[in-house]
Ligand binder design. Structure first.
Ligand code: NDP
Length: 337
């Protein structure tokens, strides 16, 4: 069996994640038992939810990473050898696997085959993966945008945001985005067909920007950011607006969370505010992939990825994503197929 590098949790962050929270370790890959699959990793996903798993106790829906143990996350790989009848050598697979170059999927658990002929493999970690499905669940099952309504998407150029906005545009809504650079705003307006948007770092204030860009109010809010962004949307939302509460990335590294001032608007405007976690909707992934691959093939949907090369660069890629360095879905490329 091969040896592998792994990225292990060296220490827990106190506020912002730092490179010394991670360490690279060498490990022997264990032999395969009946049902196991040996996977050579090609791409690893760096995702905001992993920040919560670095805390002691993890998050409400998942337990956290253990000190001195490898981190784990979404991986695309290729089957090197298999003692599982459902997987053969050469199959391309998706799985929740260790942050490593190689790993053994015990009993083939969490593995799913992906089709390299349908789309580039990295897409299965972004637009055709759980970030895309997150956008679908939040926008189409909770937001339910209607023709002519105004939809607002924060972190709009990111993995989830770019798909969420494009789904709303396909549904006939007027879509406004916000992001942290002019280049990101150009991407989602020019390439993703958002109707307009703004750079939240350079506008005088978010409330003022929402008054300008969403002059008819907001009917659907796809919330990726939280904090001051959410406060401003609460104040600017129309009565009976739907809020798909996807994430609060502005809060994940703060020691002192932002205190919302406008929660009373939920009552007075009779808002529908619904949190959700994509893993509760995993059963939709295959039909989602089929539908979304067709959107991409027909040119209705654009895809932006941000690929960082080199396994050892995963910690920096993760920290950079939390700081907004990425344009589109950030993945780490480990090896060629
Ligand atoms: P992205 O690809 O959007 O990358 C993260 C982006 O967040 C950065 O590029 C940055 O973009 C933005 N950001 C970081 N800090 C701030 C800040 N203080 N204020 C505003 N924006 C900030 O990541 P994802 O698409 O994977 O995730 C987007 C959101 O969706 C996150 O909140 C995540 O937790 C959530 N999520 C929720 C899931 C669920 O099941 N509920 C599943 C997957 C993701 P910018 O330059 O624009 O600031």
């Amino acid at each position: 069996m091969p040896t592998t590098r792994q990225i292990v949790l060296n220490s827990r962050p106190d506020g912002w994640v730092t490179p010394d929270n991670f360490r690279i370790a060498e490990a022997e890959v264990p032999p395969l038992d009946e049902g196991d699959v040996l996977v050579r990793h090609l791409y690893m996903s760096v995702d905001p939810y992993m920040r919560g798993l670095m805390n002691d106790g993890g998050v409400a829906y998942a337990s956290g990473f253990q000190i001195d143990a490898p981190l784990f996350g979404r991986v695309i790989g290729v089957v090197d050898s298999s003692r599982n009848p459902d997987f053969s050598e050469g199959d391309c697979v998706y799985g929740m696997l260790d942050w490593a170059e190689w790993s053994v999927a015990r009993g083939g658990e969490s593995l799913r085959k992906v089709d390299p002929d349908l789309a580039p493999l990295s897409h299965y970690l972004g637009t055709l993966g759980f970030p895309g499905l997150t956008a679908y669940v939040g926008m189409m099952l909770i937001g339910k945008p209607k023709d002519g309504e105004t939809v607002y998407v924060s972190a709009a150029s990111g993995a989830v945001g770019q798909v969420a906005g494009q789904l709303a545009r396909i549904a006939g809504a007027r879509v406004i985005g916000s992001a942290g650079s002019d280049e990101k705003v150009r991407f989602f307006t020019n390439e993703c067909g958002f109707h307009d948007g703004f750079n939240y770092r350079t506008v005088p204030s978010i409330p003022e920007a929402l008054r300008l860009f969403c002059s008819d109010g907001i009917d659907v809010n796809f919330e990726n950011v939280g904090g001051a962004n959410l406060d401003a949307v609460l104040a600017h939302a129309n009565p009976f607006a739907r809020f798909a509460m996807c994430g609060m990335i502005s809060q994940y590294n703060l020691k002192e969370p932002y205190h919302l001032r406008n929660v009373n608007e939920i009552v007075s405007k009779r808002l529908h505010v619904q949190g959700f976690v994509v893993r509760d909707h995993s059963h939709l992934i295959e039909s989602f992939i089929e539908e979304t691959a067709e959107h991409i093939r027909s040119g209705r949907m654009s895809v932006a990825e941000d690929i960082v090369n080199g396994f050892e660069n995963a910690p920096d890629a993760f920290i950079g994503m939390l700081k907004g360095e990425n344009l589109g879905k950030r993945v780490v490329k480990i090896a060629d197929l």
